[in-house]
Design a protein around this ligand. Structure first.
Ligand code: ZN
Length: 117
C-alpha cells in the first residue's frame, strides 16, 4: 500500500510548513491517472497525522481528470486510464497533459491559537 508512505510524506511536508502552528485544513489535488487512491489517502491521513501538528486537520481532496494530447492529430482528449489510442484519429500516441499529479494545494493553520501560547 504505497498510499501510506505518500501520506507520511504529505504529513511531513505539512508539518514543516506549519512551523509550530496547528494545521486545521489540508487540501490536496490528486490526478486520476496518478495511481493514488484518494480513499486510501483519507484512510491513512488520520493515522499518519496523529501526534503531529496536522492531527485533527480536515482533509480535502480534489481529483483532476486525466487529459492527453494526440501526437498525430493534436486532439485533446479526456482519459480515465493510462492505455488507449487517440479516439479522434485512431492512430496517434496519446501524451498525458494532466491527471498524473499529486499536489498539496493549501495548508490552513490556526494562527490565533499559536499567538496565545
Ligand atoms: Zn489523433
Amino acid at each position: 500500500m504505497h498510499e501510506l508512505s505518500i501520506t507520511r510524506n504529505i504529513v511531513a511536508i505539512v508539518s514543516e510548513h506549519a512551523a509550530g502552528q496547528r494545521v486545521t485544513r489540508v487540501r490536496l489535488q490528486i490526478g486520476q491517472l496518478s495511481a493514488i487512491m484518494p480513499e486510501a489517502i483519507r484512510f491513512c491521513f488520520d493515522l499518519c497525522a496523529a501526534g503531529t501538528l496536522a492531527e485533527g486537520a480536515k482533509l480535502e481532496i480534489d481529483e483532476t481528470p486525466g487529459r492527453a494530447r494526440c501526437d498525430a492529430c493534436g486532439e485533446e482528449v479526456a482519459l480515465t486510464a493510462l492505455v488507449g489510442r487517440c479516439p479522434a484519429c485512431g492512430t496517434g500516441i496519446l501524451r498525458i497533459t494532466a491527471g498524473e499529479e499529486m499536489l498539496i494545494r493549501e495548508i490552513e493553520m490556526n494562527t490565533e491559537e499559536a499567538s496565545c501560547a
